[in-house]
Structures are given as C-alpha cells and as structure tokens.
Design a protein around this ligand. Sequence first.
Ligand SMILES: Nc1nc2c(ncn2[C@@H]2O[C@H](COP(=O)(O)OP(=O)(O)OP(=O)(O)O)[C@@H](O)[C@H]2O)c(=O)[nH]1
Ligand SMILES: [Mg+2]
Length: 245
Amino acid sequence: MSQYTVAFAGNPNTGKSTLFNLLTGMRQHTGNWAGKTVISAEGEFTHKDHQYLAVDLPGTYSLYSNSADEEAARDYIIFEQPDVTLVVLDATSLERNLNLALQVLEITGRTVICINLIDEARRLGIDINLKKISKRLGVPVVAISARNKIGIEALLDQVELVATSVVTAPPLRITYNDEIERGIAELTPMVEQTIGSMYPARWIALRLLDGDDSLLTSLKANMNSKGKALPGTKEVLGHGVTACH
Ligand SMILES: Nc1nc2c(ncn2[C@@H]2O[C@H](COP(=O)(O)OP(=O)(O)OP(=O)(O)O)[C@@H](O)[C@H]2O)c(=O)[nH]1
Ligand SMILES: [Mg+2]
C-alpha cells in the first residue's frame, strides 16, 4: 500500500497538533498559547484504503524566512513536496489566517484548506461560505472542529482526492503590480533554467526579488544534497536581484 505524505501548515494556535494527535494517536504538545510545536513531528494514519504520513509543522504567520520556524515550514513544503499540504486555519480569524493559505497556494495546488474551530465560529455567529472560498482558491475547503471531532471524515475524503490526484489544481497565480510582475517575468526563466521544473519557479523568483537570501541558501543546499550542483547560480540569480518593497 502506498503512503501519502500530508504536511500540516498554519498559523500558530490553529489546532494543527490537536488534529495531528486525533489522526495519529500521538501526543504532540497542544495548548492555548502560540508556538508550541518547535520541530516537525511525524505520525501515521489510515483513511479508507490509503496510508498517510502526517507531518506536523511549526505554526507560522508566513513563509517569508522571518524565523527558523518559517524557514523550516517553507523548506518542507518546497523541497519535500508533500502529496498534500493541509493548511489549518482558525475559523474565528480567517482574514489573518488566509494570508498563509495564499502563500502555500502560490507554491502548490496540492492543498486542502481546513477551517478549524468551527464550533467557536458558530458560537460567535460567524457564518463561513465554504463553497465561495473553495471556488476563489481553487482547492477543497472543509470546516472542522478538531477538538470536538466534527468534520474529520469529510476532511480526509478531500485529502484523499488531492493525494490521489483525482482533484488537481495549479499553484494559485496572484497578480502583483507592474513593477513586480516585470521582475518576475525577467527572473522566472532564469530560475527555471537554473533549477529546472522541480520547484515553483514563479514563487522562487518572487522571493528572490524580495531579497530572500535564506531561500537561496536553502535552494543551494538542497540541490547540492541531491547531487545537482548549481553551476552559476550566484551569477544567474544574484544578478539583478532588487528589493521591490
Ligand atoms: N474550541 C476549539 N478549540 C480547539 C479546536 N482545536 C484545537 N483547539 C484548541 O486550540 C488550542 C491550540 O491547539 P494546538 O493543537 O496546540 O494548536 P497548534 O496549531 O498545534 O499550535 P502551534 O503548535 O503553536 O502552532 C488548544 O487549546 C486546543 O485545545 C477546536 O476545534 N475547537
Ligand atoms: Mg502544534
């Protein structure tokens, strides 16, 4: 039986570890304060005919290399290329949480959006239009309560559809202002030429435009560890990189 990898990403304190523990039977640290998960934990679970390896990533507000946690989550999603990235959002603060979801979606369409704490949202009278969000983002969106074990089967059904490629979506394409789009257009072919089609070139170009040296360092380390040296990376990518904001 093949095993699919599911990475749990999301802002701190959105219930990733609660869901992870529920599915895997493990006991990752949970609690009502941010930043509990510091290293990624792994555990297994089964749903219907498939086996999954769940990876509980540290909570992050972005994938912009602001901290070791963000770098770890970013590197896992880009370089390990999980079969599914499950973005766990807090239903009571969707606007803030969707920021990370958009960043993940720019990297990969192999994503399921899991809106957790739906019990809390209902208590507060927050009504969430799942269909509309799913249509806008192009990926499945499921509401759950990990603590109360609500919606879990429906969530895993969607995870299965993405893992088995029954449901597919390209990375979400966000259009930036003209200056940034010009930079992306210039850099993306160079990125593709240098690293091939293995990694999300447009997103990497965008991060390089922002002067994200940490991503460049990770890219080089990763390519080297896979025996794919990057001749001229510095020349190609280091040249013309300007911060846009
Ligand atoms: N009301 C409610 N609370 C929940 C639910 N799921 C998780 N929680 C609570 O939310 C808090 C945070 O849960 P964690 O699972 O530790 O969150 P996390 O995303 O792993 O947090 P970090 O590791 O810090 O990123 C805990 O107090 C959980 O009991 C839910 O469905 N409803
Ligand atoms: Mg956690």
